[in-house]
Write a protein that binds this ligand. Sequence first.
Ligand code: ATP
Length: 584
Amino acid sequence: MLYSEIADVFDRLEGTSSRLEMTSILSGFFRTLDPVSLRHIVYLSQGKLHPDFFAVELGMADKLVLRSIAFVSGMSESKIDELWKKEGDPGTIAETLVKNKKQTALSYEPLTLETVLKNLTLIENAEGRDSQDKKTKYLFNLLKDSGPVEARYICRIVTGRMRIGAASMTILDALADAFGTKEDRPEIERAFNITCDLGLVAETLATGGVDAVRKIKVAVGNPIKVMLAERLPSIPLILDRMGGRCAMEFKYDGIRVQAHIDKDSVKLYSRRLEDLTSNFPDIASELRKRCRAERAIIEGECVAVDPETGGMLPFQTVTHRRKKHGMDKAVEDYPVRIFMFDILLADDEDMTLYPFEQRRSRLGKTFDLSEKVQLTSMEVVGTRQEGEEFFSKALSMKCEGIMAKSLSPESVYRAGSRGFLWIKYKKDYEEALTDSFDLVAVGAFHGRGKRAGKYGALLMAVFDDETGKYCTVCKLGTGFDDAFLAGMPDMLDGYLSEARPRMVDTQMTPDVWFLPTVVLEVVAAEISLSPTHTAAWGVVKEDAGLGLRFPRFTGRVRDDKGPEECTTANEILSIYELQTADKL
Ligand code: ATP
């Protein structure tokens, strides 16, 4: 298959901001593809060669890409560097220069999907001292045979800038449209939620239809999208919602991990599907030692403890385990325990299909507990007093609050969904503040006065999972200390965008735009109607959205969350409704 056909589809997708239109472009295209090409093209549309949880990334440095462009176009590296400073996107530079490319002596052969995959794989695997030269060469091999649009997407893929707006939900819509019906959409989505592998779901569908997709099972090695909790502002409201009785667990303040335990190996994934095994080698080996099953998938919270007293330490301490170097020392200096709260696979049994109580009991039976490997503290609660006592106990143990879990027969593990089967209740709620929000930076305003020469404020957005857009909720300029202000360009400038990214829906015009990537934790006094901010636009009131009043950065960069995992527009709406109903 010619790569130009694929690049043309990417170009058409980039040209529209309507999710419906994207779905129709994609589903028409998907129908024409053989299952294996479909799988690869689905990954490429996300800027990858593999599913998200694969540790290897293409991530080629901009400098190397510019060098390959220089070779192909015959333009000097310094001239290209000037263009780079102006454009900020190697994809656009490659497109322009390939248009005017000098005829090289080398023969021109149209690029095929196969050649693209082969060279991208070579780039990904290049190792050793001359790896940079090799990468430049493989990219040159591709660019010399590329047309302008093909070059644009090759450069965006290798530099990690492939944002054509086809979010995973749009791909799933298109797959359902191409190979099934609307009614099949939930099953297709479930297959994705329990495998985190869009390509696998696509290939299975194209090969064996929806029946084959139904047979996709939870498996060790395929991370499962995590189940998430709703929030309510008081214990009585929680009990009410849970039918008068529920399980309550301590809500530990650590890092969530999903452990995939196999015969003689263990992998730990973050909720963002990063491989955290090397950060918690002690936990990984202890889990294998303590697990009675041959294979299991469990979830738990890794929490740092005081080496002297064994008491739990705040979240910031466990983040020392997320560094890249000196892990042996960090393992010694920052002892960690895992508090397990769920089991999703036990040998060959898919535990996600069982209600909470069965899962919890199986979890207990599957492990010989130790100091390092424990279960979350849990009690079944039926009255307000019991609930409040359990909450106080959680706080006295330095936990953030409690997680209430439904005991109903429907309380299966809902991979990838946020619902009232789990409800969180935190100390913050008691202090009449709403819970924190995880917002994505989509733009920045230059600083003035003391902040001159730096970014003074950021334009922050939530994700609207129905439209696939990022809608703004506040301009954030409070809570930044000097070190954070100084480090902001380093953290954000890799995601600069020449113009407003199409997936950003806003009425404000910041000085610079960012591709929605970096997630920051923010607290605010309240949510109010806003004529400028676009979250839940027109839902509560015509010509108004919802915005945050007095937003403040908490100091926590949520690098464990991807942009699509930030607070959603619907969550903002439901908190606004709670706030107006209960004066939260
Ligand atoms: P969310 O996970 O809801 O998107 P968040 O990451 O900001 O939001 P919180 O809202 O504070 O986290 O609460 C949910 C998180 O609490 C879980 O993802 C998990 O990491 C953690 N957690 C701690 N204790 C438990 C428990 N007993 N059961 C489930 N999750 C727990």
